[in-house]
Design a binder for this molecule. Structure first.
Ligand SMILES: *Cc1c(COP(=O)(O)O)cnc(C)c1O
Length: 391
């Protein structure tokens, strides 16, 4: 099919709820994807951060092939080996919690919010989230997402949510009451513009939750599974959550989400309270196991740390040359370039030059390179941005 034929199909049959670029991607391989017109694109924002170990990682593809020949899906009436193995691998790399599996980030956050209410009891029903957050598009997670632009046309939202400015301890203190079931926060806001929590801020949230018998939920849907150079971003801050959610990078390109909770909290999720038909099916769990193994066998956490610093250094150099760059911030391979004016055109121009990055909140360019990227690929990416900014 030509690009035009595919776009015509979409125009006729697919709901137009995305602003799509006029390209059809037909293949992905490592740090690159390829469109139907034969263009090769250096992908520094692969799959909105899903393909964090690169497109079609061979170990993931092999695990999927193998599992597909044995068992694709069995419902959660039964046990299945991959789900149990994956839960163990995740638990050992985090705070030793227990897992519930679902199919997306929003679903993982839904599960977290429900569990928080179930565990803390009927008197405690309120949630506090941070301005600029992004927690998903279902009604509860959209309500948790403290950005009015995402709420337009969808009111009334769920009752019981309060929003506080990110990184503001005093505001959080005054928002607290003994009716709060949980605080939900991203250790590093992604869609909100790569905003990094201060260590003291996360520690203050932990203290306030403990003082008020509330739970701390970390949304690690983007930050989890190595993106920041540790398995989970909270491990940079010496603050442990009670509940943590993950999704994007977890499946290496297939749809899986997970919620992990401390065992005593997890105990409140008894049969009948929550479920997911597809959650934790054998196929996606086999892929996620392969992702974890690949990260370890290929030292990708180490690479994320080293390459993240290198990328930041190179982008800092660009800042000397281009006044439009205000600052560069990030942890590991989750990097934002704060511009002084709009960056949408810049991201589009980069794509015309063979580089895919993202622009969020109008003025923040996001670099989320695959953890398998090399210095030379980073150089290539920064050079393209340099060219675009010079023009
Ligand atoms: C992407 C994202 C979500 C939503 O995940 P979906 O899989 O799109 O439902 C939630 N929280 C954060 C931090 C995200 O980045």
């Amino acid at each position: 099919m030509t690009t035009k034929e595919t776009i015509d199909l979409f125009d006729k049959y697919v709901i137009a709820n995305y602003s799509r670029l006029p390209r059809v991607i037909v293949k992905g391989e490592g740090c690159y994807c390829f469109d139907a017109d034969g263009n090769k694109i250096l992908d520094m924002f692969p799959g909105w951060a899903v393909s964090a170990i690169g497109h079609c990682h061979p170990k993931v593809v092999e695990a999927l092939r193998k599992q597909a020949g044995e068992l694709l899906h069995i419902d959660n009436t039964f046990y299945s080996e991959p789900q149990g193995k994956l839960a163990k691998l995740l638990s050992e790399r985090a705070f030793g919690g227990k897992c519930f599996f679902c199919n997306s980030g929003a679903e993982a956050n839904e599960a977290a919010l429900k569990l928080a209410r179930l565990h803390t009891g009927p008197e405690k029903y309120k949630f506090i989230t941070a301005e600029g957050s992004f927690h998903g598009r279902t009604l509860a997670t959209l309500t948790a997402t403290a950005q009015p632009k995402h709420h337009e046309g969808l009111l009334p939202l769920l009752p019981g949510f309060a929003y506080v400015p990110f990184n503001d301890i005093a505001a959080l203190e005054s928002a607290f009451s003994d009716e709060v079931a949980a605080v939900m926060v991203e250790p590093i806001q992604g869609e909100g513009g790569i905003n990094i929590a201060a260590k003291e801020y996360l520690q203050a949230i932990r203290r306030l939750c403990d003082e008020n018998a509330a739970l701390l939920i970390f949304d690690e849907v983007t930050t989890g599974i190595g993106r920041t150079g540790k398995w989970f971003a909270y491990q940079h801050f010496d603050v442990e959550p009670d509940i943590m959610t993950m999704a994007k990078a977890l499946g290496g390109g297939v749809a899986i989400g997970a919620m992990m909770a401390k065992a005593e909290v997890a105990a409140s999720l008894v049969p009948g309270k929550h479920a997911s038909t597809f959650g934790g099916n054998a196929l996606v769990c086999a892929a996620a196991i392969a992702v974890i193994e690949a990260i370890e066998q290929e030292n990708l956490l180490e690479n994320a740390v080293k390459l993240g610093q290198y990328t930041k250094d190179r982008l800092e150099q660009l800042k000397q040359k281009h006044a439009i760059i205000d600052s560069v911030r990030g942890v590991g391979l989750m990097i934002g370039v704060q511009l002084t004016s709009s960056g949408t055109d810049i991201a589009d121009k980069c794509l015309e030059n063979g580089l895919r990055i993202n622009c969020t909140q109008g003025t923040v360019l996001r670099f989320m390179p695959p953890m398998i990227a090399t210095k030379s690929q980073i150089n290539q990416a920064v050079d393209i941005l340099d060219t675009v900014l010079t023009e």
